[in-house]
Design a protein around this ligand. Sequence first.
Ligand code: SF4
Length: 506
Amino acid sequence: MADSRKYAGERPLEKYPEPRSGAPLAIAAYPNRYSTGMSNLGFHFVYSYLAGSGRFRVERRFLDDRTVPATAGAVFFTVSYEEDLLNLVRMLVSLGIEPLRERRGGGPLVIAGGPVVSSNPLPFFPLADVLAAGEGEGTLPLIVEAAADEGSDRSALAARLSMVDGLILPGYSEQTRTATPVDPELFQNSVIIASDTVFPDMLLVEISRGCPGACSFCMATSVYRPFRTMPFERFESILDSVLGAEGVDTRRVGLVSTAVAAHPDFTEMMRAVDVRGGNVGLSSLRAVDVDGDRAEAIGRAGIRSVSLAPESGSEKMRQRLGKKDPDTAYFDAVRLLRREGVSRITLYMLAGLPGEDGGTFDETEKFLSELAGAAKGARVTVNLNVLVPKPRTPLQFMAMPGQKEIRASVDSMRAACSDAGVGISVKGQRSSMNQARIALGGEGVGRAAVRFTAGRTSWKRALKDEGVDPDLIHLERGIGEILPWEQVFGDGGRDSLLARYRAVLG
Ligand code: SF4
């Protein structure tokens, strides 16, 4: 049986074959909490594919698991957040696996994929035997077969995998191209309904991948392109196989997408859930996608809380960032949503934007006041994050502001919100520098993670000891040098990224 361990409140949606006799143990590992991992469809896919292959006995493991499984033949990590690099090292240690690849010798295989690996795999080079960059549906089957056939024989594994687009075998092949984008028929849905997650008791369905937008700070269009949408028939067949199935009591369906209402069949999807007696949860909406029909569908579904992501309240700043929606798109969207009964609006915004100044915050205050007026009677809250430059985007060249500038930016946003009568919640202010150091780092960052998690030194000291300057993130760079991830993927259209970066600076 795959994963005989029970986590409280779970309802599995798939049945898996008995593994072949003598099959080794594979661990589907998520280097963060259970509730975060079970909310991640990439992790569901890895677990489901491994268990369905019959080539391994499979167990899941999360950062907050207390028990240690028997010795594994392979560990498959899904890495969604930069700081999970440190958690990955911690989990390897707790599983009794040497974290440094070169010291591991013939021990268990360590395989890692996910958005963070896809944007910059370099920090994982010292840790992993196989890295999967880009969409995993095409590459995971090849890895699973090769790992099951070859066991811990790294050179045999390299002979089979090193020429595959999207796969990197540090020590054997260290350059690749991003994996081929997959057919939207293969987009993911939950394989286990779980209670203790960010979206409790919800069937999650990935209705699109990539994004029709082109924001200069965002990986959605650089790593996951082109924008593709799940066919409506496929969506309906997932609903039919889950809602009302024997032993499945959930009626909640979460539509997962970077731009959920950009799906051409959005309103039909909402109706399809409704006619099956379900109710819908949404990830964030783009303001430009909210028209009368979509707002009405949202209201009819009983949704009272929605999120929009203007990122900045200054229209000029948004234009420079490549987010072309005018202020009026937001005002119109909240007016329509309010008319349909939406009573809570969350606005995702960013601090530490390049070139922001007093005028940016004045414009933001005006924007928020006007938006709050358009949403009269609704509770409006800004969810503020600090901008972290991401590899393979135009802002990869950007000098990240220092702690003092970030603090000033956050304070100005607090003041703008207060003057506009809007609530604010600030996230990640302290961790943003470390996220940037990992996001933009090279191999030394991975080695520093091992040094740091061993517990005898600070993170900054560990970086310095591995030859990494912790302040490098504060310098504009890459104009005349090769960036770490460009060693792996080539320059990724550097001229165009640079032109867009210059447009951001104005
Ligand atoms: S609209 Fe959102 S998901 Fe799309 S590119 Fe912009 S920030 Fe990324």
